[in-house]
Write a protein that binds this ligand. Structure first.
Ligand code: FPP
Length: 246
């Protein structure tokens, strides 16, 4: 991915569309607060924004769209909010899988989603299986995802290969680490967008975003839609990516 895929990703230069856009969807709570609504109302509207952006990604020719839906740190939120978020996610999968499937969207999950409730895990597994052969857009949802935990997991898997199957230490290369990440078969993100004015990566795709363009926009996530995505892509087209070269 990172260095290995740099030449392919460099094709994103010169006004073309990024292959992979990853988004930190932030600002649902503030959107609701400004309207004197409960936070869940912001998350509900956030799901609508996510759906609009998935549709727009297909229209704009983006191959992979990754959305950061729930981080390993989000468990620190009040239990009610965690349960609301899981409920919305469940509803999204149940209500929208038909539209995703009909529109050529392949659903992938990154993160330890298997630690979620068994019924939700089953819904997710069924939705992934049902859309596995779709190829228009890959929608990657980061769920119970944290980049540091992902890298630690990759390290454990490599350590097991060293101690169990005689993998040599010299074989622990960046490519070998990448092959153990959740994103092993997904191209590295070309563009990472964070909404709501915050300028942090918050443990999102830290390895994979090594050469990504970062874009921080003030729009709160529920107000982000096709026009905002198109504007971000046009901004991306104006960036000069050098991947460490000149
Ligand atoms: C940030 O808002 C958003 C999240 C914690 C993620 C929730 C995302 C959604 C409900 C959309 C989910 C989309 C899919 C496809 C499942 P915040 O609560 O941190 O906002 P704040 O910083 O203003 O409080």
């Amino acid at each position: 991915m990172s260095v290995a895929s740099a030449p392919a990703a460099a094709a994103g230069q010169g006004g073309s569309v990024p292959r992979h856009v990853a988004i930190i969807m932030d600002g649902n709570g503030r959107w609701a607060k400004r309207r004197l609504l409960p936070r869940i109302a912001g998350h509900r509207k956030g799901i609508e924004a996510a759906k609009a952006v998935v549709r727009a990604a297909g229209d704009l020719g983006i191959e992979v769209l990754t959305l950061y839906a729930f981080s390993t740190e989000n468990w620190r939120r009040p239990a009610d909010e965690v349960s609301d978020l899981m409920g919305l996610l469940r509803k999204f999968i149940v209500d929208d899988i038909d539209e995703l499937a009909a529109n050529g969207v392949r659903l992938r999950i990154i993160g330890d989603y298997q630690a979620l409730k068994p019924d939700l895990v089953k819904l997710i597994d069924d939705a992934m299986a049902r859309t596995a052969s779709n190829s228009r857009t890959t929608l990657v949802i980061a769920l119970n995802y944290g980049s540091q935990a992902e890298i630690a997991r990759a390290a454990r898997q490599l350590a097991a290969k060293v101690s169990g199957s005689g993998m040599s230490l010299d074989a622990i290369t960046p490519e070998a680490i990448e092959a153990e990440l959740y994103t092993a078969d997904i191209p590295a993100p070309d563009l990472v967008i964070r909404t709501s004015g915050e300028q942090r990566l918050s443990n999102f795709l830290l390895w994979q975003a090594a050469y990504a363009e970062l874009m921080f926009v003030d729009t709160l996530w529920p107000d982000f839609g096709k026009a905002e995505l198109a504007a971000a892509i046009s901004g991306f087209g104006e960036r000069e990516r050098r991947f460490g070269g000149l």
